[in-house]
Design a binder for this molecule. Structure first.
Ligand code: TXA
Ligand code: MG
Length: 327
């Protein structure tokens, strides 16, 4: 077993250490604005294989490559449509991943043998500094064991990956708490493969052209599985009325997550109030699910969020988190 070192992203020596480890082909969990990523040098085939092993992730599930700035797109991709540069200019650094045609010189281990590649410039100052300093692209899936919750803090990474990776770079709690929006810009019209903090509406408004969003979950991409982002406790989405009734005869084995003001904070020891603003809600969602996983409950009942475009990414994650595990 490895000893996982904890490094401080705000300490210059620690940041250099992380950079060195990555250049040596080691695994380092890194902070991003969305969730923590489990990073390795994207052009080091052995290091990339270690990512799959540490996560217990099937080797055909492609990884996202994180790059320092948009000028490096051409190193990783070819036949890049003009619109990809426009999106990069507008939304990078930020929670948008662009799916492009992979450049020939890039080994397809990182793309799960696909001829497309997912790229993004993350919006986290310390990670950007690390990317520049190390001068490599970082393949980084979320830093959790396969199918489990994405971590939004260094503690959570430590809990789940200790002994399997070389280091965790602690850059504080993630600002967004929800994985990036993945946009396939190879297809025409372009389409969203995974909803995220940047909505289809925002992209359509910016580009002035339609963006296809799968209404339901699609298995067309390996890794885009239905049962995902799962807490240990069984998660159920409930309407407000059902939650009121349940709370009136509180079961100590159930945890409740609500956002409406109508709920009484003291009604149960296991009730957690999230903000009704979607950004603030998203930031705390995984954290709250994760905290419930550490206490002695069997189920989590969560108030169903509004079924609107604004809340699409959150509803998508909750649908997957509550799906049967054989799905
Ligand atoms: O916010 C994020 O995107 C985080 C942070 C760490 O950047 N990363 C993340 O990675 O969520 P991961 O591996 O947990 O999810 C990546 C998703 C997978 O569902 C995978 O199928 C999709 O990206 N993906 C990556 N490359 C792809 C490709 N070439 N074609 C289709 N889908 C791809
Ligand atoms: Mg993931």
């Amino acid at each position: 077993m490895l000893t996982t070192v904890r490094l401080d992203a705000n300490n210059t020596d620690d940041l250099s250490r992380a950079s060195e480890l990555l250049r040596q082909g080691k695994l380092v969990a890194v902070p991003t604005e969305t969730v923590y990523g489990l990073a390795a040098n994207a052009e080091d085939v052995d290091a990339v294989k270690e990512i799959f092993a540490a996560k217990n992730r099937p080797s055909d599930h492609p990884l996202i490559v994180h790059i320092a700035d948009k000028d490096r797109i051409q190193h990783w991709a070819e036949n890049i449509p003009e619109l990809a540069f426009q999106l990069a200019e507008k939304f990078w650094p930020g929670p948008m991943t662009l799916l492009l045609k992979k450049a020939d010189n890039i080994n397809s281990v990182v793309t799960g043998k696909l001829d497309t590649i997912a790229l993004r410039v993350p919006d986290h100052p310390m990670l950007l500094r690390l990317l520049k300093q190390s001068n490599i692209g970082l393949a980084a899936p979320s830093a959790n064991p396969y199918r489990q919750l994405s971590p939004t803090s260094a503690d959570q990474v430590m809990d789940n990956m200790q002994g399997k990776i070389d280091a965790v770079l602690d850059g504080g709690d993630c600002q967004l708490g929800l994985e990036s929006t993945i946009v396939d810009v190879v297809s025409n019209p372009i389409r969203i493969l995974r909803s995220g903090p940047i909505t289809a509406n925002e992209i359509e408004t910016f580009l002035g052209q339609p963006v296809i969003t799968p209404a339901t979950h699609t298995e067309s991409v390996p890794g885009n599985v239905k049962a995902h982002y799962q807490p240990r406790a069984k998660l159920t989405l409930c309407d407000k009325e059902k939650l009121f009734i349940a709370l009136s005869n509180d079961n100590p084995k159930i945890g409740y997550i609500v956002y409406s003001d109508d709920f009484d904070k003291d009604q149960s020891e296991h009730i957690r109030h999230l903000p009704s603003d979607k950004y603030a809600f998203a930031k705390l969602l995984y954290k709250t699910l994760y905290e419930f996983d550490k206490v002695d409950i069997d189920e989590i009942w969560i108030e169903r969020p509004p079924q609107t475009d604004e809340w699409q990414a959150i509803n998508d994650r909750l649908a997957r988190a509550s799906a049967a595990t054989d799905a």
